[in-house]
Ligand binder design. Structure first.
Ligand code: GLN
Length: 305
């Protein structure tokens, strides 16, 4: 397995140059475009890694499944379902998904920005600081890494320049889908996206979803298996945004990308995979990361279809 990963990273390294760093968050342009790393956490307790797997990067949209999990743990399926829909948008992650004069919860998907901003309001906590800290704590627990923290400079960069997300949040407010102060909600969202992780963290988090709520080794249950079914299904249909269909055909497992260059893949019952390569394709997904996953899926028959 170690050899296979090394071979694939070697084979895909040249794709890194074809990607582009996300520049709409200025701090992300400091990334190294040629980085490529992978970490695999398997159900037999073994783990394998290669390339730049130790590099840290901001989790960005890969926090969305964790946000959804916490919203489910705090409120249950029915309430979350009534506030944020499940249909794939088939649109870019920051699309303004509003039709005519209406915006309904049905139009929101938890894996794109508008739905994720709305989900911040579903988390329990006295204020948005506490809500964020609970999200950070869950991220640490899922990753088995108590040292995960916020990347302060990415957070500040995103807060300073995140006007598209502000527009999305104000639309939610206009249509009565956010009651609280927009800046408070956004602050929680920007912090959430700026949590700093590495490939191992993503592989471990993906593994808990693959293992339907149970931690590796201890088999301690963190959440009911139906929440894993719920999250994994939405990852499958919208985790790679408007690239989800092609990803389903070529890789065939639930996954989530982030503009920091990370991808978390969930191979039900078998493994969690964390990948990092900050060069993005035109849809905002890690370009070389997807190539590695395509080859790995083919070689190890990972597709669930
Ligand atoms: N923080 C990013 C944003 O809101 C997350 C987007 C992403 O990773 N696709 O634009």
């Amino acid at each position: 397995m170690e050899e296979l990963l090394e071979e694939l990273v070697e084979e895909c390294r040249h794709y890194t140059a074809q990607g582009r760093l996300a520049d709409y968050i200025p701090e992300l342009t400091k990334g190294n475009i040629s980085d490529l790393g992978i970490y695999v956490t398997r159900s037999d307790g073994k783990h394998y890694q290669t390339g730049d797997y130790k590099k840290k990067f901001s989790i960005q949209s890969i926090v969305k499944p964790i946000l959804l999990l916490l919203a489910l743990m705090d409120n249950g399926v029915d309430y979350v379902r009534s506030r944020v829909g499940v249909e794939a948008t088939g649109k870019p992650f920051d699309a303004i998904n509003v039709t005519d004069q209406t915006l309904l919860s049905e139009h929101l998907n938890p894996m794109v920005n508008m739905g994720a901003i709305a989900m911040c309001t579903l988390l329990k906590g006295a204020d948005y600081q506490e809500r964020f800290l609970r999200l950070l704590e869950l991220t640490r627990t899922l990753a088995g890494n108590p040292e995960i923290t916020l990347d302060e400079s990415v957070y500040l960069s995103e807060k300073r320049t995140g006007n598209k997300n502000r527009a999305l949040a104000f639309l939610l407010k206009t249509y009565g889908m956010i009651d609280d102060d927009v800046e408070d909600v956004l602050d929680c969202y920007f912090r959430a996206c700026s949590i700093q992780v590495n490939c191992k963290d993503l592989a471990n988090i993906g593994y808990v979803l693959a293992n339907r709520g149970k931690m590796p080794q201890t088999e301690e249950r963190l959440f009911p298996s139906r929440y894993a079914n719920y999250v994994n299904a939405i990852l499958m249909t919208c985790g790679m945004y408007d690239g989800s269909g092609e990803f389903a055909v070529k890789v065939g497992v639930p996954a989530k990308s982030g503009v920091g260059g990370g991808i978390m893949a969930v191979v039900p019952t078998r493994m969690g995979i964390g990948i990092f390569s900050p060069g993005l394709d035109e849809k905002g997904n890690s370009l070389a990361g997807i190539k590695v996953l395509e080859l790995l899926s083919r070689r190890m028959y990972l597709s669930i279809f």
